[in-house]
Design a protein around this ligand. Structure first.
Ligand code: FAD
Ligand code: A2P
Length: 320
């Protein structure tokens, strides 16, 4: 006989759900929809890029104490910027990965945090500098300002329940957001006894790509965890405009993956291992190429293997 927990779960229509779906059936989604967002307040908005770094990236904290919004690590929220678009329609929501744990940065279950880069690019025809609508709105919010929040959404990037799991994280730039949530869940909340239900004793390896040293988002936090938990946390950085890859080009995270490919491949084969990729879509091809080479040494076709671990819910990608 199956225990109650093991009984196949049914969805709203009474159909039996697949294992993966059933596992995440309790994860909150769409508590606030775009037609009725939660209007929260910005508590703080701090720069993450140090002097001489490139661009603007901010750590924002919002007050959820007046809302019903609950979320877990790896989910995203939507932000609706004020104003209308070029067609005169109200601006649509943009998604942002949540950078805090379910308990929030103050470990009081009342806040949500984001890590936002102001989009800035040169218009391909006019050459004018263009700034993104929503990212600019967020990066310049002041404490006390209102912000329209939807969601939470997303079940792709959830952490496994297994506290002995091995977690490989590959992030570029603001792709660090969900990884920060995982690391806080693993190493910070536990210290504050906020999660008796999740005392992490596995291994986490973050491979993080940024353009310059002053762009190393959350540098102090990451280095502190590395020092405190050397057995459980490893940090590898790819600083593209300061370090060179073996071909003499910019050092990207796929170059770091290639450098450690055998070790990573060995880890990925373990059933306890989950891999998370977040940030620029461009990194995926290089990561696949590096792992293709490592797997081939054992006669394994990476693309087939990857399909299997995707299906098993052990390969998680959110690129934008
Ligand atoms: P918009 O005003 O909407 O401008 C974007 C448009 O500008 C593009 O659609 C394109 O038409 C044009 N454009 C952009 N770049 C160029 C270019 N180089 N040349 C020509 N045209 C260009 N962002 C974060 O900062 N942090 C996060 O944690 C984060 N998480 C995300 C999670 C998910 C699941 C997704 C899908 C996206 C995430 N993003 C994140 C990106 C975010 O949703 C927005 O896309 C981003 O902030 C830009 O929005 P915007 O309103 O500022 O830009
Ligand atoms: P670079 O801009 O030097 O070419 P940020 O979001 O702070 O700009 O950081 C993104 C990081 O990802 C930068 O180091 C950037 O390098 C790097 N990057 C850009 N394109 C790719 C790509 N195709 N694959 C991997 N990393 C990339």
């Amino acid at each position: 006989l199956l225990s109650e927990q093991e009984q196949p779960k049914k969805d709203k229509k009474g159909n039996t759900m697949t294992q993966a779906k059933a596992k995440h059936a309790d994860v909150p989604v769409n508590t606030y929809r775009p037609n009725a967002p939660f209007v929260g307040k910005c508590i703080s908005n701090e720069p993450l890029v140090k002097e001489n770094g490139i661009g603007i990236v901010q750590h924002l904290k919002f007050d959820l104490s007046e809302s019903n919004l609950k979320y877990i690590e790896g989910q995203s929220i939507g932000i609706i910027p004020p104003g209308v678009d070029k067609n005169g329609k109200p601006e649509k929501l943009r998604l942002y990965s949540i950078a805090s744990t379910r308990h929030g940065d103050d470990v009081d279950d009342k806040t949500v945090s984001l890590c936002v880069r102001q989009l800035e690019y040169k218009h391909p025809e006019t050459g004018e500098t263009v700034y993104g609508v929503c990212s600019t709105h967020l990066c310049f919010l002041k404490p006390g300002d209102e912000v329209k929040i939807t969601g939470p959404v997303g079940k792709e990037m959830l952490l496994p329940d297994d506290t002995d799991a091995k977690v490989i994280m590959m992030a570029t730039g603001t792709g660090i957001a969900p990884m920060r949530a995982y690391l806080w869940r693993m190493f910070k909340d536990a210290e504050k006894a906020a999660n008796q239900d999740y005392q992490f004793n596995g291994f986490a390896w973050l491979i993080f790509g940024v353009p310059t040293t002053p762009n190393l988002l959350y540098k102090e936090e990451l280095e502190e965890m590395e020092q405190k938990y050397p057995e459980n946390f490893r940090l590898t950085c790819a600083i593209s405009r300061e370090q060179k890859n073996p071909q003499g080009g910019r050092m990207y995270i796929q170059d770091r993956v290639a450098e450690h490919a055998d070790e990573l491949w060995k880890l990925i084969k373990e059933e306890k291992t989950h891999t998370y990729i977040c940030g620029l879509r461009g990194m995926e091809e290089g990561i696949d190429a590096a792992l293709t080479a490592a797997a081939a040494k054992e006669g394994v076709t990476w693309s087939d293997y990857q399909k299997q671990i995707k299906k098993a819910g052990r390969w998680h990608v959110e690129t934008y």
